[in-house]
Design a protein around this ligand. Sequence first.
Ligand code: SAJ
Length: 402
Amino acid sequence: MQKLEKKVCVVGLGYIGLPTASLLGTKGYEVFGVDTSRHVVDTINQGKIHIVEPDLDILVKSAVQSGNLKAGLEPVAADVYILAVPTPFKDGHIPDLSYVEAATKMIAPFVESGNIIILESTSPVGTTEEVVAKILQESGHDVGKDVFVAHCPERVLPGRILTELVENDRIVGGINPLSTEKAVEFYQTFVRGEVLTTDARTAELSKLTENSFRDVNIAFANELSLICDKESINVWELIKLANRHPRVNILQPGPGVGGHCIAVDPWFVVARAPEEAQLIKKAREVNDAKPQWVINKVKTSADKFKHPVIGCLGLAFKADVDDLRESPALDIVKQIQAENIGKVLVAEPNLSSHKDFDLLPFRDVIEKSDILLLLVDHKPFKSLKAADLKEKILIDTRGIII
Ligand code: SAJ
């Protein structure tokens, strides 16, 4: 593999930026990471991490110790800039592009002739051209000729980020063919998967499509769980049986869909095509309604006790991560607490503390609860057996306790 560029500046040192920066640091690039948080910058410069992701601690330590990864609050001159900042939504599910705008404005004074600027943040169609390229053009750069701009959406799965960063196929869409070509050359130096090429707008929509596809399929599973509950049928058994058909592959129901990706990105499609994106919108609504359904189940069970103790297992948005962003589990537990449905006990084995709850070991939570609400299929919880929980009311939103 050919090494073309030397210095990389990664803006945004979160779940995507930090793994990317440290991976590049261990591949021989000189990497400078930028974050607006002093705490994040200081932690990384000590070779430590501020997020939980398997093996990330080892990678960051090694990149920092080799001198190839440094972090700071302001960008530096580089050959390649990677923007990996959040793209949340505002009220009304309208995309919030202020972080992308701020990051582009921040690097603009450092950008020089020949540089490659890559937007990795998941973005609505048009963002690469209408925000990133436009700001750089307005800063006096001859975009597409002198500096090159492309979108390369991140597609890694939290929990498997380091493997997927290297192994996954990547989609690179430049604002013009030359930008695509330059960005592809860069990714080919560290990605083992295939690097597929297109234009920036198609690359943007491809990422949104992947997550919308998953959201729609999870919504189907969640809808089935409501139908099965009404019919007193075990949805997990039903799905297992249906999936034995060679062309059926139903996903798993849960307490709702969380994370910063699948619960957010489909809205970017809906925002630009509200008339057309009917199914995508409905799937979001089905998944967003599931937490309230779970809360109602807890309420019905709690009515059977004078002073119900509700043991909640898991706060994270999915198994074996500490990430609480858009977590339906967290929302459910907060709501149960706010509505005073009973005394709430919480276990989250991936966190050492939480500002709103005293976290307990999960065995203690089980022992002290009347109602056991399993919200996340974390590994330690999988050892639980229904036979050992006989005197409790069990609400297993993940179908792991048999
Ligand atoms: N979930 C279910 N049932 C399932 C699968 C997932 O309820 O059968 C729930 C999870 O519990 C979680 C949510 O969906 O709350 C999302 O989890 P996930 O594991 O499906 O996905 P994320 O959000 O961790 O990562 C996704 C991935 N996208 C796809 O699989 C299409 C990942 O590849 C993307 O890089 C990531 O979004 C992103 O950053 O966009």
